[in-house]
Design a protein around this ligand. Structure first.
Ligand code: GLP
Length: 242
C-alpha cells in the first residue's frame, strides 16, 4: 500500500480523475468501481471536464457503484443513484444505461438483490480500477467496523456515527437511512487496482490508524494491506504527522 500526500484537495481529486481517464483511454471496455460521498464530488467534476476534452466514447464502459441506501427510492435526491447521475452519468449521452450498475435498495427481496449484484460483478468484472473514500470510522463502502473480511455484497446496518456523519446531506438525522446494500470487503478486494482518496482534517485519524499497519476488522480499510495494488491519495490535512 502506497501513501501519497499530494498537498491539496484539488491535486488529490485531479490525480484520481486522471487515473480513471487513463484507464478508460487505455481500454474503452473498462470496468470502473465507483464511490459516492462528498469526497468524490470534485473527482467527478474534473472527470467530466477530462471526458469532454478527450471526446471519449463511453458506450462500452461498465460501472459498478459500491453501495446504495435502503429505505429511500432510487430517485430520492440523496440516493446514490441520483448522486451518480447528477455528477457523472447525466453529463454524457454516450453512457449505456445497461452498463451502469448500482445496487437497488428499493426492491422487496434485498438479499436476492445483493446476490444478483455480486454475481454481476463476477460476470462482468473484474473491476479494473476501484475508487474508495473512507468513513471517519475507517469504513469502506458501507462496511462498518467489525465486518468480516470475507463479506460479499449484502444488506448492512449503518453505525450511529455514519448516520450522524451522513446527516449533513439530509434535512434531519431521522431521515438518514439506517441500512444499505454494500459491496462486501471481499467484493472490493476482487478489483485489480484500488485508489483510496481522503482529504481534510476529519479523515486524519482514520488515515493515522491505517498508517499504523495493523490489519483489523475494527478498521475495515486496513484490509487493503492484503491487496497488491493500493494507493492512498491524501492532502496535507489528512496526512498524519509521523
Ligand atoms: C459514505 C459512503 C462511503 C464514503 C464515506 C465517506 O457513507 N458509503 O463510500 O467513502 O461514507 O463519505 P464522505 O466522502 O462524504 O466523507
Amino acid at each position: 500500500m502506497r501513501f501519497i500526500n499530494l498537498g491539496t484537495k484539488e491535486e488529490a481529486c485531479h490525480y484520481v480523475a486522471n487515473e480513471l481517464l487513463k484507464q478508460m483511454i487505455s481500454d474503452h471496455q473498462s470496468v470502473l468501481g465507483l464511490a459516492t460521498g462528498g469526497t468524490m464530488k470534485d473527482v467527478y467534476a474534473r472527470l467530466v471536464e477530462l471526458i469532454q476534452m478527450n471526446q471519449l466514447d463511453l458506450s462500452e464502459i461498465k460501472t459498478f457503484n459500491l453501495d446504495e441506501y435502503i429505505g429511500i427510492d432510487s430517485d430520492h435526491p440523496e440516493s446514490y443513484n441520483t448522486y451518480m447521475h447528477q455528477v457523472l452519468f447525466d453529463h454524457f449521452s454516450s453512457w449505456n444505461e445497461e452498463h451502469i450498475h448500482l445496487p437497488n435498495g428499493s426492491v422487496e427481496q434485498l438479499d436476492v438483490e445483493a446476490e444478483r449484484y455480486e454475481a454481476l460483478i463476477d460476470e462482468q468484472g473484474p473491476i479494473d480500477v476501484q475508487i474508495l473514500g473512507i468513513g471517519e470510522n475507517g469504513h469502506i463502502g458501507f462496511n462498518e467496523p467489525g465486518t468480516s473480511f470475507n463479506s460479499l455484497t449484502s444488506v448492512v446496518n449503518l453505525t450511529e456515527s455514519t448516520i450522524e456523519a451522513n446527516s449533513r446531506y439530509f434535512d434531519d438525522v431521522n431521515e438518514v437511512p439506517k441500512q444499505a446494500i454494500s459491496m462486501g470487503i471481499k467484493s472490493i478486494l476482487k478489483a485489480k487496482r484500488i485508489i483510496l482518496l481522503a482529504y481534510g482534517p476529519k479523515k486524519k485519524e482514520a488515515v493515522q490508524q491505517l498508517l499504523s499497519g495493523e490489519i483489523t476488522t475494527q478498521l475495515p480499510a486496513s484490509v487493503l494491506y492484503n491487496h497488491p495494488s493500493v494507493e492512498v491519495i491524501l492532502d496535507a490535512d489528512a496526512y498524519p504527522n509521523q
